[in-house]
Ligand binder design. Structure first.
Ligand SMILES: Nc1ncnc2c1ncn2[C@@H]1O[C@H](COP(=O)(O)OP(=O)(O)OP(=O)(O)O)[C@@H](O)[C@H]1O
Length: 511
C-alpha cells in the first residue's frame, strides 16, 4: 500500500513538474501577441462553460494609485467572518481605528451568505512583472485584490443589492471602530481645526439626572441618528440643535461627552472668540465631518442680544494666568472679531449648514434668559434641556458611580436635605470622591450631609439677608414717598395761601 502511494505521488510530482516546464516554455518562447490571444480565447471558453461570475476589487485604483475605499470597506466587512473562518490571518491597525483589523491572508477564501445565496470571497495578489531596481521586491510590486465569486443566476441580486450591503456594513463597522477626535479651532494665517483623541469617559449611565429625562434624550438622539431618509423626505438638512442650560457644575459638558459616546460622533469645540468673521465661521463649518457634534460653550459670553461681540470679563479670565499667557490672551481678545448674530444664525441653518449631514449643534449657557430668542427658537435649537441642581435620583446615580452603593441608612437624611437645598451634581460628586481617601462609605456620606447642612445654613442666612435688604429698600422707598408727599402737600398749601391772599387783595381793591 505504501509502495503504491509512493508511486502515485512520484507520478503526480513528475506530471506537475512537466506542466510547469511547459508553462515556462510557453511564457518564454511564444510571442506576446499570440499568447494574449490564446489567453483571451481560453478565458472565453472557460467563461462559456463556467457558471460562476467573478468580480475583482483592487487595493489601489486610478492613475495616482489611491487606496480604494471599496477595498477598505470590504476588508472591514470581511474582518468578522475572516477571523472566524480563515486559517491564515493578517492583523493591522488601520488609520483612525481603535481596533486591530484582522483580514484573511493572501490566497485564503471565506464563504458568505446573502438572502440564502452562497458566495465566496478570496484574497489574492498579482506580482508585477515589471523589473524591480531594488534587490528585494518592493510592496508596490504586489497588487492585492479581493475576488468575489457567485453563481451567474444571482448576478442581479449580487450587483444591485449585496455589494451595496457589503459597502454600507463595512463603512458602519469602520465608523464604530474609528478613533474619535476632539477638535478645536485655532487661528493662524487662516482658521483651522486642530485635534486630539477624544477619550471622555462620561456616558448617560454615569450622568446624574432623572431616569425619564435621560431616556427621553437618549431616544431623541437615537431617532435622529437613524432618520437620514426622514430628513431627506421632508426636505430638511440632517441636523439637530440642542440648547443645554443651567448653573455651572450641573453637567452640561458631561452631557455633550455622553452624547458623543452614545452616537460615536466627533466633537468640534468651537471657540467663537477666536473666529475672525462670518466668512471664517462658514469655512470652519464646511470643514467639519459628518457624524459630529459642534459645540459652542457659554454662548452668552460670546454674543450679546444685538449680535455684537462681547468681551469676557478680563479680571476673571486673566487672574490665574502667568504673564506670558496673559499677554497672549490680551492679544487674542483685542483681535478685531466680527462674527455677528446673523452670521451665527447662518452657521446654524443657512444653506452651507446643509453640506454633509448627521450633525448636532449644541449651545451651552448658564444664563438662558440673556440669549436672543431668535438664536434659540424651536427649529434652530430643537431641544432645550435644563440641567439643574442635584435631585435625590441624581444623587443615587452618583452614589452608585462613586461608592458602588444603591441604598444606605443615611439616604433618607440626604434625600430630605437635597429637597431643602440647592447643590450642584459637581459639588455632590466632589464630596463622594472623598471615599478614595477615607475608603469609608459612611464617613463619605456623613461629609456630604455636613456639606448639605452647611449649604442649607448659608442659604437661609442669605435669604434672611436678602429679606432684610428688601425690607430696608422698602422702608427707604416708603420714607422717600412720604417725604415727597409732605413736600407736595406743603407746596400745595403754600399755593393755596398765595391764592387766598391774592383774593383778599382783590376784595380790598374792589371795596
Ligand atoms: N449631572 C452630572 N452627572 C454626573 N457628574 C456630574 C454632573 N454634573 C457635574 N458632574 C461632575 O462635575 C464635573 C463638572 O461638570 P460639567 O463640566 O459637566 O458641568 P457644566 O455644567 O458643564 O459646568 P460649566 O457651566 O462650569 O461648564 C464633571 O466632571 C462631573 O464629574
Amino acid at each position: 500500500m505504501v509502495m503504491v502511494m509512493g508511486e502515485v505521488w512520484t507520478k503526480l510530482g513528475s506530471s506537475l513538474a512537466g506542466l510547469m516546464f511547459m508553462y515556462a516554455m510557453f511564457q518564454q518562447y511564444i510571442p506576446y501577441n499570440f499568447r494574449s490571444n490564446f489567453e483571451k480565447y481560453v478565458h472565453k471558453w472557460v467563461g462559456f462553460i463556467n457558471p460562476y461570475i467573478q468580480i475583482t476589487f483592487n487595493e489601489f485604483v486610478g492613475e495616482r494609485l489611491e487606496r480604494s475605499q471599496a477595498y477598505l470597506a470590504i476588508q472591514t466587512y470581511l474582518s468578522a467572518s475572516s477571523s472566524k473562518q480563515a486559517k491564515r490571518l493578517k492583523g493591522d491597525l488601520v488609520k483612525n481605528s481603535t481596533k486591530l483589523v484582522l483580514s484573511m491572508d493572501d490566497h485564503e477564501e471565506v464563504p458568505d451568505e446573502y438572502q440564502g445565496v452562497k458566495l465566496w470571497w478570496a484574497a489574492s495578489k498579482k506580482v508585477s512583472k515589471q523589473p524591480s531596481f531594488s534587490f528585494y521586491p518592493t510592496s508596490s510590486d504586489e497588487k492585492r485584490y479581493y475576488k468575489l465569486t457567485f453563481h451567474k443566476k444571482y448576478r442581479e441580486l449580487m450587483v444591485d443589492s449585496y455589494l451595496s450591503h457589503v459597502l454600507k456594513e463595512g463603512k458602519e463597522i469602520a465608523v464604530r471602530n474609528r478613533q474619535r477626535k476632539l477638535y478645536t479651532n485655532s487661528t493662524g494665517h487662516k482658521a483651522y481645526w486642530s485635534h486630539v483623541v477624544f477619550d471622555h469617559p462620561a456616558t448617560f449611565r454615569t450622568l446624574a439626572m432623572e431616569k425619564e429625562k435621560k431616556e427621553e434624550i437618549i431616544d431623541d438622539l437615537i431617532t435622529f441618528s437613524k432618520s437620514k431618509e426622514y430628513y431627506a423626505k421632508v426636505g430638511k438638512a440632517w441636523k439637530r440643535g440642542y440648547l443645554l442650560y443651567g448653573p455651572p457644575g450641573t453637567g452640561k459638558s458631561s452631557m455633550i461627552a455622553a452624547m458623543a459616546n452614545l452616537l460615536n460622533y466627533d466633537v468640534y469645540d468651537l471657540e467663537l472668540t477666536a473666529v475672525k468673521d462670518n466668512t471664517e465661521l462658514r469655512k470652519l463649518l464646511i470643514e467639519t465631518s459628518n457624524k459630529s457634534i459642534i459645540v459652542i460653550e457659554d454662548i452668552d459670553c460670546s454674543l450679546d442680544l444685538t449680535g455684537q461681540r462681547k468681551k469676557k470679563p478680563e479680571k476673571e479670565e486673566t487672574e490665574e494666568l502667568d504673564p506670558l499667557q496673559k499677554k497672549a490672551k490680551e492679544e487674542s481678545s483685542t483681535k478685531d472679531s466680527k462674527v455677528t448674530l446673523s452670521g451665527l444664525l447662518n452657521f446654524i441653518d443657512g444653506l452651507w449648514s446643509a453640506s454633509g449631514g448627521e450633525r448636532l449643534i449644541v449651545f451651552t449657557t448658564n444664563h438662558v434668559e440673556q440669549l436672543d430668542p431668535a438664536l434659540i427658537r424651536r427649529g434652530r435649537m430643537d431641544k432645550h434641556i435644563e440641567l439643574s441642581y442635584c435631585s435625590f435620583e441624581g444623587f443615587k446615580v452618583l452614589a452608585k458611580n462613586y461608592l458602588d452603593i444603591e441604598s444606605h441608612h443615611l439616604f433618607g437624611v440626604i434625600e430630605q436635605l437635597l429637597g431643602e437645598t440647592q447643590m450642584t451634581p459637581a459639588d455632590v460628586a466632589e464630596n463622594l470622591m472623598l471615599t478614595t481617601l477615607t475608603r469609608n462609605t459612611e464617613t463619605c456620606l456623613e461629609n456630604l450631609i455636613l456639606a448639605l447642612k452647611d449649604v442649607k445654613v448659608q442659604t437661609s442666612l442669605k435669604a434672611e439677608e436678602e429679606a432684610k435688604e428688601k425690607e430696608q429698600t422698602r422702608l427707604k422707598a416708603e420714607k422717600k414717598a412720604k417725604e415727597k408727599e409732605a413736600e407736595l402737600q406743603s407746596k400745595d398749601e403754600a399755593k393755596q395761601d398765595k391764592l387766598a391772599s391774592k383774593d383778599d387783595d382783590n376784595e380790598v381793591n374792589k371795596v
